[in-house]
Structure formats: C-alpha cells, structure tokens
Design a protein around this ligand. Structure first.
Ligand SMILES: O=C(CO)[C@@H](O)[C@H](O)[C@H](O)[C@H](O)COP(=O)(O)O
Length: 222
C-alpha cells in the first residue's frame, strides 16, 4: 500500500500505474460535491405558471395528487427529455409504472425519434408524438436542464393544445423559458448539468417514493 498524494487514504498496490500516476480525487473534493448537491436540492424552487412560489413539499404533494387523479381517470403520464434528461425520463417512466402502478411512458423510442427527426426536424420529435398520442387530461413531465431546448418547449405547447397538464423541471438561468410554462415548475439554481440532472432525478424519485408510502428517516431536528 502507498499513500495517495492529496489524501491520507491508502492506495492498493495493485492499482494500475496509469491510475496511480493520475492526480487522485481527494475525499474533501468528493464530500464537497455531495454537499453542493444537497444544498442545491435543499434550495430547489417550485412555482406555478404565474411564477408564484410553492414550498417544495406542497409542489411535490400536488404532483402526487395529480398523478393519482390522472391514473384514476384512465389517463397517462408522459416523460420527455434530451440526453441525460432522456435517461431520467426512461427511468421515471419505468418506476412510475412498475412501482407506482400508473400508466407512465417516455417518448424516447429510437426508431420514432429518428423518424420524426428526419421527417420533421429534431425540434418536433416530442411535439409530434404528443399530437399522436396525448389525450385531454394527460400529464406531461418535461425535463430540461437548460430549460431552452426547442423540442421540449414545442412539446409543452403541443400538450397545451391537447388539454394536458404540464410539470416542468429546469435549471441554469432563472429566467429560462420552460420555467414559465408548466402548471408546476421545479427549478434548480445551478448551471452544471451534473447537479441539475441529479437534482431532477432526485425530485422525481422522491415524489414517487413518497407516493408509494416509502418511509424515509427524518433529519435530526434543528
Ligand atoms: O449531460 C449532458 C451535457 O453534458 C447531456 O447529457 C445533456 O443532457 C444533453 O446535452 C442535452 O441535450 C441537454 O439538453 P437540456 O437538458 O438542456 O434540454
């Protein structure tokens, strides 16, 4: 065992040379990242379409109530996002269906995306699917870190035409356009994809876990 250069943590002898030669992450750096993520999440903002602020827990409770209502009325949840947010959309559609017992899907099918992108342009890939599949009373969950992706904004507009309710999750600039478009808008004040994406995933997952009655240890008072 040797010692890493910027930490007191021992490095196993069998670590490959090229890894050992790379400056190692310090535990302080790792904890700093985790702390920053927690602080970003704790400060997450939620508002309605007029920009009136909600407490995070009120917004989360409303989402649970709406998701149950949508299901009871035979309607569905639709998740959309690009890149890392597409992965969140897939993950959430799976979990809201399997664990939450709701009709939930994501609009990420590869053949559909390439077809619509090729035929109508990438800016229409979600809007066209909403025109095809959305019903009055469905709930669209639109996830975009920048809050500026045209295909997400177009999808929200298409969902309105169809009579869907909309929940948005965004980040980066506080005046990003998506943040004004949902009935409920979650916003994370960070300009880094990692924090915004992890934050969005955490918010969506926490809402589902609470909806499923999962017990979570409460933080110490004070
Ligand atoms: O993490 C990253 C950025 O490095 C990507 O996966 C990211 O999700 C993609 O660049 C997306 O296209 C970003 O779109 P959006 O979330 O800002 O709407």
């Amino acid at each position: 065992m040797t010692q890493s250069r910027n930490s007191t943590a021992p490095v196993p002898d069998d670590v490959p040379e090229d890894v050992a030669a790379t400056p190692l992450l310090s535990k302080r750096q790792m904890l700093g990242y985790y702390d920053h993520l927690r602080a970003t999440l704790a400060a997450a903002q939620a508002s309605d379409c007029e920009g009136r602020p909600f407490a995070q827990e009120v917004a989360a409770s409303l989402v649970i109530a709406w998701a149950r209502e949508v299901h009871a009325e035979g309607r569905k949840l639709m998740f959309i996002g690009n890149g890392g947010s597409a992965a969140i959309a897939s993950h959430m559609a799976t979990d809201y269906s399997k664990n939450g017992g709701m009709r939930a899907l994501c609009l990420n099918d590869g053949a559909m995306l390439t077809c619509l992108g090729n035929d109508y342009g990438y800016e229409q890939v979600f809007a066209k699917q909403i025109e095809l599949f959305a019903q009055d009373g469905d709930l669209l969950i639109a996830i975009s870190s920048s809050g500026r992706s045209p295909n997400i904004l177009n999808a929200v507009a298409a969902a309105r035409v169809r009579g869907c309710r909309v929940i948005t999750l965004s980040g980066f600039s506080a005046d990003n356009p998506l943040r004004r478009e949902g009935d409920i808008n979650f916003y994370l004040a960070s300009d880094q994809y990692g924090f915004v994406e992890l934050g969005h995933l955490t918010i969506c997952h926490a809402i589902l876990d609470f909806a499923c009655g999962q017990r979570v240890p409460l933080p110490a008072a004070g």
